[in-house]
Design a protein around this ligand. Structure first.
Ligand SMILES: [Zn+2]
Length: 135
């Protein structure tokens, strides 16, 4: 299998922290200083493929790295993942990015949507019902 993130597991120059089932690594194309990814060591595509031990280990490493990044950069840390079309690697990976703003500010500036917009209860219910059609 050709997977850049499986390869990253063995690239010590990128390794920030290793836990039993997951690692934190400097991302191949960092957006800024402090941009890292947390990945399971086993090649999986989505969260529901992780065992309970792997899932707990991944969350533990995210928590550990949140504290490290907070100490290192003092900023907010945005944690996100891409599932689907825009992921650069199929291997499940979670980005951690020190940021002056939160995810709301990043998405608002990226996608040109209002930072905060009140949504009616009816609109909220429509959103919920649309999602549940696929459940
Ligand atoms: Zn992989």
């Amino acid at each position: 299998m050709n997977c850049g993130l499986c390869d990253a597991i063995n690239q010590d120059y990128r390794l920030v922290k290793e836990f039993r089932h997951s690692i934190c690594s400097i991302i191949k194309w960092p957006l800024k200083l402090g941009h890292v990814i947390v990945i399971p060591k086993r090649h999986v595509i989505n969260f529901n493929e992780l065992t309970k031990d792997e899932a707990k280990n991944l969350l533990d490493l995210l928590g550990y790295m949140s504290n490290i990044l907070q100490k290192a950069f003092g900023d907010n840390t945005v944690i996100h993942t891409n599932i689907g079309l825009h992921r650069s690697e199929e291997h499940l990976h979670i980005h951690m990015l020190p940021s002056k703003g939160g995810i709301r500010e990043l998405v608002s500036s990226l996608e040109g949507v209002p930072l905060r917009e009140d949504v009616s209860q009816e609109k909220t219910q429509e959103m919920r019902d649309y999602i549940l059609k696929f459940a």
